[in-house]
Design a protein around this ligand. Structure first.
Ligand code: NAG
Ligand code: NAG
Length: 280
């Protein structure tokens, strides 16, 4: 692009093209393909207490002109941007730009506050283990909080009630791109028998922090198997004992009530009682 008279001339044509001024420009054509962007930005401090409005014109990847409400007028950044700045600094356009802090920024803030600034989504929290070699005790514990908004979150690790800070080797915050975040905090540690680890998560969406625990016993495969076998044997013995008692009791009652009909034991007691009446 060659700046200068020609550049200015077809910038005027661009202004015309985006509908701001009806004006016939006799000059060289712009390139066949080009990208012209207009961006409006609002900056808020303490809600709408202090609001700044910035409007930019970007040609390709270069900003050529901007308006900043802190200045109150427009500034050209390149030769190509000068006609834009001159146009925006006309009294008609300035009064429109001056009003934008209230009409555009503050209005937008109030209109969308409930789904943006006030948005609160609770995290889900879980602990996972990382083991350097299979069949060994885990060498790291990861506390993951997922699906929350806004992004500010505080995760703490405790070992047997004592906060662990030195062992925290990484803190990761990821933006999912759907207005939710996830965070992963890794604690490097050597769990011993009986140690209890707690992950505590604080977030603005929660009235009280979420605390979840992980203990060494619960993860050892051997303990699990041992508990399972003992439980199974215990359960089986109780069941056999129960069956024996049940059988013993059943035989006792059926002998006394069905003594006259030994071959009709499968029928209910009501039937066995009626039958003698029908036969009479
Ligand atoms: C923030 O704004 C509120 C009114 O919306 C005001 O009462 C408060 O003093 C302001 N805080 C600061 C730090 O400016
Ligand atoms: C947010 O407020 C608008 C009205 O300003 C309302 O129509 C909309 O349903 C609200 N959204 C939520 C998620 O509360």
């Amino acid at each position: 692009m060659a700046p200068g008279v020609n550049g200015n001339c077809w910038t005027a044509a661009l202004i015309m093209a985006i509908g701001l001024r009806i004006h016939r420009a006799h000059c060289t054509d712009p390139p066949e393909y080009f990208l012209l962007q207009q961006k409006s930005e609002c900056y808020y401090t303490n809600g709408t207490q202090q609001v700044r409005y910035v409007k930019r014109i970007i040609w390709g990847q270069q900003e050529i002109c901007y308006y900043d409400s802190d200045l109150g007028f427009s500034v050209a950044r390149t030769e190509l941007g000068r006609p834009f700045a001159e146009h925006w600094n006309s009294l008609e356009l300035l009064s429109y730009l001056w009003a934008s802090v209230e009409k555009f920024c503050s209005y937008t803030y109030r209109r969308f506050k409930n789904i943006t600034v006030d948005r609160r989504v609770k995290p889900r929290v879980k602990i996972s283990t990382l083991t350097a070699e299979p069949s060994h005790r885990p060498s790291s514990l990861v506390c993951s909080a997922t699906g929350f908004y806004p992004s500010k979150i505080e995760t703490k690790w405790f070992k047997n009630g004592q906060e662990e800070t030195a062992g925290i080797v990484s803190r990761q915050l990821l933006q999912n791109g759907d207005w939710t975040f996830q965070s992963h905090v890794m604690l490097e540690t050597k769990p011993r028998w009986g140690d209890v680890y707690t992950c505590q998560v604080e977030h603005i969406s929660l009235q009280t922090p979420i605390s979840i625990q992980w203990a060494t016993q619960s993860d050892s495969a051997k303990t699990k198997m041992f508990t399972g076998i003992v439980g199974f044997i215990l359960g089986l013995s109780l069941m056999v004992l129960g069956l024996l008692i049940y059988q013993k009791n059943k035989r006792g009652t059926s002998l006394s009530s069905r003594v006259h009909h030994p071959n009709r034991e499968l029928l209910g007691p009501q039937v066995t009682q009626l039958e003698p009446v029908l036969w009479r």
